[in-house]
Design a protein around this ligand. Structure first.
Ligand code: BG6
Length: 493
């Protein structure tokens, strides 16, 4: 296997799925804190008030808030070079529009970053990962309001100045392109007016006619989502410029949901469809964030979907001057698109697609495709030619904690091994891949369902979906295997 000596071997988490301590030390509720536990077959629900007896997975999550020293020591033992984590916006600005930040929140992350430094682990900080102050969502309709740009930049300024010297790598938004997917308006952009529709939650019990009306309302939401996305892209570009001016050493990247799809057949209609899909859902945001301008194909898309984005003077220049330093994405699985009604469908990260007959699926129905990772790394690098990171990848699976504290997870080792081999091939192909942070390196709550049972980690957390358990940490077999890979990887030229 070929990996450069300074390759950033890592692991990834996100505050709302991992940190817990949701209302401690001045923190207030975030958009994520209002989502209940769901499952593969029942969508998570938004609730305005917290219902007695209902589970809200982000409230305790894996309780990193009270375990961070022990967790970071384990990551040190694993030999990690990079730890991807996010800051809970509500820990720094509990309401989002107040003047002064919450000092307790600032102190917490300083302790975390200092602890990481002790083990020579570089943090990769996602500034906003599927959460924002609930107050900003309710009062302003989230990112639909242009005012959010100012609140976000105020928050960024605190992070960039407070943690100068402790953090070098930043991501402005997690999976920013998820914001333009149908039914992700609240989850991804905090759009309060769409709060009951996320992840299919709004479809329960609708008859055919109501279903049609519901679909039409999603189309209207899409217009709002594109406007919100414009605000996020401007905010991101401004944050990049601000970060560079505060510390020229900062490396600030985009983070794209790897909606990686193939044409189902070689029919020319399928080829045209895949081109359109890739552009519209996969490349749209990164084309703007890497190249600094709206892509040529967006004009036709906007015209056909009756989308008219309100831009202000100076926005184009901001986008131009705030391009990112590196590209990062999540990669779990692939699916197919077909211009004709075709076969079975498959689940996957954020979207459903047509099943690929050549691939196996995980317990949660996501198709496993390591060779696709090599292919997509090549495609993306051809397009952008900037350094790349795979900042999420992994197998969400049930694990069994044995009585002696071991967890045997050969399936995860197999998954990671094949994906690491694919990355090695991509590097051989010439891709400038600088880091890999597999998802949920320590078990955490799933984003789509809120389940703890869907485990990704090489470190097991003894907690179930309902928050029962000791919350003790255990090394899985994959822990020792990954530790070896990292140790060997470092020695390879
Ligand atoms: C990505 C998100 O969509 O996929 C993560 O950035 C998420 O937050 C991950 O956890 C895996 O999805 P899930 O639903 O299995 O947790």
């Amino acid at each position: 296997m070929t990996f450069p000596k300074d390759f950033l071997w890592g692991g990834a988490t996100a505050a709302n799925q991992f940190e817990g301590g949701w209302n401690e030390d001045g923190k207030l509720d975030s958009t994520a804190d209002h989502l209940t536990l769901g499952s593969r077959t029942s969508a998570r629900r938004f609730t305005e008030d917290f219902e007695e007896g209902e589970v809200y997975p982000s409230h305790k999550a894996s309780d990193f808030y009270h375990h961070y020293k022990e967790d970071i020591a384990l990551l040190g033992e694993l030999g990690l070079k990079m730890f991807r984590m996010s800051v809970n916006w509500t820990r720094i600005f509990p309401e989002g529009d107040e003047e002064k930040p919450n000092q307790e929140g600032i102190k917490f992350y300083r302790s975390v970053f200092t602890e990481l430094k002790k083990y020579n682990i570089e943090p990769l900080v996602t500034i906003s990962h599927y959460e924002m102050p609930f107050c900003l969502s309710k009062k302003y309709d989230g990112w639909y309001s242009r005012e959010l740009i100012g609140f976000y930049l105020k928050y960024c300024k605190v992070l960039f100045t407070e943690y100068k010297g402790l953090v070098k790598y930043w991501l402005t938004f997690n999976e920013i392109n998820s914001g333009i997917l149908e039914g992700d308006a609240y989850f991804s952009q905090g759009i309060y007016s769409s709060k009951h529709k996320d992840m299919g939650a709004g479809t329960t019990g609708l008859n055919a006619e109501e279903m049609e009306a519901y679909k039409r309302s999603l189309q209207d939401d899409l217009k709002k989502q594109y406007q919100a996305m414009h605000h996020m892209l401007v905010a991101s570009a401004e944050a990049v410029q601000m970060g560079h001016s505060i510390d020229p050493e900062y490396r600030i990247g985009c983070m794209i949901a790897g909606i990686c799809q193939y044409p189902y057949t070689c029919h020319p209609e399928d080829m045209l469809l895949i081109q359109r899909e890739r552009r519209n859902v996969f490349f749209y945001c990164s084309d703007i964030m890497v190249r600094g301008e709206y892509p040529h194909y967006s004009r036709r898309f906007f015209r056909e979907h009756d989308i008219c984005i309100r831009m202000e003077e100076g926005d184009a220049e901001i986008l131009k001057n705030g391009t990112v330093d590196f590209y990062s994405f999540s990669y779990y699985s692939t699916g197919c698109v077909s211009s004709q009604p075709a076969g079975e469908t498959t689940e996957g990260n954020l979207i459903f697609g047509v099943k690929n007959p050549y691939l196996e699926t995980s317990q949660w129905g996501w198709q496993i495709d390591p060779r696709g990772l090599r292919y997509f790394l090549g495609e993306i690098y051809d397009r952008y030619r900037i350094p790349m990171m795979v900042v999420e990848n992994g197998l969400g699976q049930h694990d069994v904690l044995e009585e002696d504290g071991t967890v045997h997870d050969p399936y995860r080792i197999e998954y990671m091994k094949k994906h690491i081999e694919a990355m090695s091939e991509a590097i051989e192909d010439g891709v400038d891949l600088i880091g890999y942070t597999p998802w949920g390196i320590i078990d955490l709550a799933a984003a789509s369902t809120g389940e703890m049972a869907k485990r990704y980690g090489v470190i097991y957390v003894d907690a179930d979906d309902h928050g029962n358990g000791t919350y003790n940490r255990y090394r899985k077999d994959s822990f020792f295997w990954y530790r070896d890979v990292i140790a060997k990887g470092r020695k390879t030229e």
